[in-house]
Design a protein around this ligand. Structure first.
Ligand SMILES: C[S@@+](CC[C@H](N)C(=O)[O-])C[C@H]1O[C@@H](n2cnc3c(N)ncnc32)[C@H](O)[C@@H]1O
Length: 221
């Protein structure tokens, strides 16, 4: 029987209680981020951070690219999951938010495997293609401006090795994707992105109704 549990706040609390607790470093970074305007809304949840770390390990990723650093919580989760000599390249348009994360990366002992670039993501992805070449990246996590998702996805497919994974956040966009009255550019961009990925013959995909919608996309060719 097809079924989908609607996640009540009780269920979400249960999920949180039955996930591994954050260590002190992640908890303190979350608390500091929550004191910033929009901080809590921008950052991935503890459970999503754990999922990202698990995906890095499951794919045996050595080189990961993140689009949208913010205060570096998801960066920290993924960097910790990398093997020795692994590399996370993460980018943001401003250093204002990543500056909060850097001391936590250092405390966790992973600052040397994080290459933070402050520039628009399209420019960073272009320069990564020039520096590393096609097929050089194992996993790309996209969590930035929604209007840019389609371009970041194309750049990710060029950078990824065959079997590489793209993880895309906010693909249900607070449920706005199903609201016909929601015609703002971000919601429209996410709807178009979801349709495009569903029909893209270059990939296999799964849109998970987890957190704010997480799409997993495997490059098949
Ligand atoms: C949702 S937050 C990322 C949250 C982060 N992944 C985490 O969980 O802590 C999105 C970030 O993308 C950045 N951003 C927005 N437009 C961008 C662009 N064109 N290029 C790179 N970063 C961008 C914003 O400054 C913001 O810090």
């Amino acid at each position: 029987m097809a079924s989908q549990l609607l996640a009540s706040s009780d269920v979400l609390t249960y999920v949180s209680d039955h996930s591994r607790a954050e260590d002190e470093i992640l908890r303190e970074l979350r608390e500091e981020t929550a004191s910033l305007p929009m901080g809590a809304a921008m950052q991935v949840s503890a459970e999503e951070g754990q999922l990202l770390a698990l995906l890095v390990k499951l794919t045996r990723a050595r080189t990961v690219v993140e689009v949208g650093t913010f205060t570096g919580y998801s960066s920290l989760c993924m960097a910790r999951a990398l093997p020795d000599r692994g590399l996370l390249i993460t980018c943001d348009v401003t250093d204002r938010w990543p500056a909060f994360g850097r001391p936590y990366w250092k405390r966790a002992g992973v600052d040397d495997r994080i290459d933070l670039r402050i520039a628009p993501a399209t420019a960073v992805l272009d320069s990564l293609f020039a520096e590393y070449g096609p097929g050089s990246i194992d996993l790309v996590f996209i969590d930035a401006d929604k209007a840019g998702y389609a371009a970041y996805y194309e750049a990710a497919l060029m950078l990824l090795a065959p079997d590489g994974l793209v993880v895309v956040d906010n693909t249900l966009f607070f449920g706005r994707v199903t609201d016909p009255d929601a015609q703002d550019p971000d919601t429209v961009a996410i709807r178009e992105f979801n349709r495009f990925v569903r029909d893209d013959p270059r990939v296999e995909m799964s849109l998970l109704p987890v957190a704010d919608g997480i799409t997993l996309i495997r490059k098949t060719s």
